[in-house]
Design a protein around this ligand. Structure first.
Ligand SMILES: C[S@@+](CC[C@H](N)C(=O)[O-])C[C@H]1O[C@@H](n2cnc3c(N)ncnc32)[C@H](O)[C@@H]1O
Length: 284
């Protein structure tokens, strides 16, 4: 079956670029959906998407085509960096201290999947900087409506809960339900707002101090990555802030006005209006 037109349509709608070696994903993931909708060829699927009159079909296809792999405290060192270096430096810069919290901390978790990432951020702040917790807002977004609906519930299976979450945090912040699932406490949920947001076609929210965009850009081609990164810089408060990428991702060859910072094994990126060229690991 001819894949090319559908691959292009999917890329235009979602940014997800299925390279030659990923074409098989169409066969494995769209098989049942095509049967359900009585679509015989990939061209028919592409046409249905282009007609843009069946939101439910679009949502189902997006959910099938995207990869939602995630876990609690993925790349643990990032969460240490967050509470031991990034937020303390943000507090210093903004004259925020325990007794004087004059500014709300705004964090955006992009491609949040089932919620493990934003909830790990919220738990880290509650555990390490509890005075700041009520003044923290986390926006968590994903292109997939299905994952956002599940993430909002804050309920995780036994398998999900045992991936990355230390036992003491499980006992402290989750309630075991009768069906053996685990429900996150309302207090942690209360600072996280979930929304469907597509990095490719939607307007970007603004005013963030820290943006997590981990393991999302890997699915995009270079031009799309560049556009997204430039949009993210505009989403920072005053175009200044901290960007976290996945452990296998970097900004090399995408833009050049950033500083690479490190904390333990974690590596992240800082943007400041004063930086007009790439700098490694030093402060302005
Ligand atoms: C591999 S998961 C990463 C989850 C989490 N950030 C982590 O690192 O564990 C990638 C997520 O990005 C989402 N995604 C893919 N394309 C997107 C787009 N154009 N806009 C927003 N989210 C997108 C997918 O639906 C998926 O849930």
């Amino acid at each position: 079956m001819e894949h090319q037109q559908l691959i292009q349509v999917i890329q235009n709608l979602t940014g997800v670029y299925l390279t030659e070696d990923k074409k098989y994903l169409l066969d494995t993931r769209l098989n049942q959906l095509m049967k359900d909708y009585n679509l015989k060829t990939y061209d028919e699927v592409a046409l249905k998407l282009l007609q843009n009159d069946d939101k439910e079909f679009y949502n189902k296809l997006v959910d099938k085509i995207t990869t939602h792999e995630t876990r609690f405290f993925r790349d643990e060192s990032i969460f240490d960096a967050l509470v031991k270096q990034i937020i303390p430096e943000w507090m210093e810069k903004n004259n925020v201290n325990k007794n004087q919290i004059t500014k709300k901390l705004k964090i955006w978790s992009i491609g949040c999947s089932y919620g493990q990432e934003p909830y790990s951020i919220a738990i880290s702040i509650k555990e390490n900087l509890s005075f700041l917790f009520p003044y923290t807002y986390i926006l968590a977004t994903d292109i997939s409506k299905d994952v956002i609906e599940r993430a909002k519930r804050g309920i995780f299976t036994d398998f999900e809960i045992n991936r990355g979450l230390p036992e003491f945090l499980k006992n402290k912040y989750f309630e075991k339900l009768d069906n053996k699932e685990y429900k996150l406490k309302e207090e942690i949920k209360s600072i996280v707002e979930f929304k469907v947001h597509n990095l490719i076609n939607d307007l970007y929210p603004t005013g963030f101090d820290i943006i997590f965009c981990r393991n999302v850009l890997i699915y995009f081609d270079t031009e799309t990555k560049k556009k997204v990164i430039n949009n993210l810089i505009n989403s920072f408060f005053n175009q200044e802030g901290t960007l976290m990428l996945g452990s296998a991702e970097n900004l090399y060859n995408l833009i050049d006005n950033y500083i690479v910072r490190e904390y333990g094994l974690a590596r992240y990126y800082e943007f400041s209006k004063n930086v007009t060229f790439f700098r490694r690991n030093n402060r302005i």
